[in-house]
Write a protein that binds this ligand. Structure first.
Ligand SMILES: Nc1ncnc2c1ncn2[C@@H]1O[C@H](COP(=O)(O)OP(=O)(O)OP(=O)(O)O)[C@@H](O)[C@H]1O
Length: 310
């Protein structure tokens, strides 16, 4: 079967800056594909090329079997798109605007807009300019999903959404996949991709540095950990923790009879937690696997300016 998306040696330069280089991407139909990478990695550039919002410098692109540069509105109607930055102004009410979009995007089932708005918690009677960033994002999602397109291209779709709405969004993505639609979503949040995607490509400085199923990427996850232990002996704590494996930026400081620990753990945290448990643990915080840390650790530093932007 023809894949939903295929690019060959896709290249995009802005002046002297290369945003995307020699990108080979293949997204099979009926799957959820996650494109992840730190800020400036080239995610938005790639997605905009797929929608023909911008043109590549070189390379081939096929979307649903068509070349986006020549396929025109007929192809666009088969795609639901959430751009990274959604600008919505004006006094028009959310529901009216969505019905207007529906006239352009093609048939929308009766009640579909209301159903999606209710699931995401979007008030359709509000003027769009008065919507918060998160509510504008919800409107963008309703617009992308409402005509049940063959392909959904979603750029940072959950930015600004609260956790409950994020969960509902992930359900929508899974339901879309289960009904045969294809979803390509970009994110710089690893956990979101882990929950939603079947396959993943990690982008860094415009190139794919890792690709595979989600389970294999989990191994590379780096977690930031912080703990407070009842002990006066920072040196002993540090020695025991260092024996547990791959730690980064480990800082062990003591204040009175409390030792504070902060650092990053690569891969499994089992040994680290067991080493902590030899002491009386006063508090413990383990943060979500951090994509930035994982990419930097596994694949080296991206360009300096990207680190500064992040
Ligand atoms: N219009 C533009 N003109 C010049 N450089 C650009 C332009 N758009 C993007 N870039 C540069 O191209 C690179 C890739 O940017 P892109 O927006 O695709 O990354 P991204 O992965 O989507 O990042 P983010 O998560 O921050 O949105 C960056 O170095 C960025 O500064």
């Amino acid at each position: 079967m023809i894949p939903a998306i295929e690019t060959r040696k896709l290249h995009k330069r802005y002046g002297t800056r290369t945003a995307v280089q020699e990108l080979d991407l293949r997204v099979e139909r009926g799957t959820v594909f996650g494109l992840i990478g730190p800020n400036g990695a080239g995610k938005t550039t790639t997605l905009r090329i797929l929608l023909d919002v911008i043109r590549p410098t070189a390379g081939e692109t096929r979307v649903l079997g068509e070349d986006p540069r020549t396929a025109g509105p007929a192809l666009r109607r088969r795609i639901g798109f959430v751009p990274g930055e959604l600008r919505l102004e004006g006094r028009i009410r959310a529901g009216r605007l969505l019905r207007h979009y529906a006239d352009i995007s093609g048939p929308v089932a009766p009640g579909a807009i209301e159903h999606l708005a209710e699931r995401l918690g979007l008030d359709l009677s509000r003027p769009v300019r008065s919507l918060s960033k998160g509510n504008k994002q919800k409107l963008g999602l309703v617009q992308a999903f409402m005509h049940r397109p063959e392909l959904l291209v979603l750029d940072e779709p959950t930015s600004g959404l609260d956790p409950l709405v994020q969960r509902e969004f992930l359900s929508l993505v899974r339901e879309a996949r289960d009904s045969g639609q294809t979803v390509l979503l970009s994110s710089h949040v690893l956990s979101e991709i882990q929950q939603a995607a079947d396959s993943v490509a990690v982008l860094s400085s415009g190139a794919i540095v890792a690709e595979g199923d989600v389970a294999s990427l989990r191994l590379g996850a780096v977690r930031r950990v912080r703990a407070g232990l009842l002990s006066a002996d920072a040196i002993d704590v540090e020695a025991r923790l260092r024996r547990t494996g791959d730690l980064g930026d480990l800082e062990v400081t003591s204040a009175g009879d409390v030792v504070r620990v902060a650092g990053t753990v690569q891969g499994s945290i089992d040994a680290f937690v067991k080493a902590l448990a030899e002491f009386q643990v006063l508090d413990l915080a383990v943060e979500e696997p951090d994509l930035e840390e994982s990419v930097l650790r596994l694949y080296g530093e991206p360009a300096e300016q990207e680190v500064a932007r992040a």
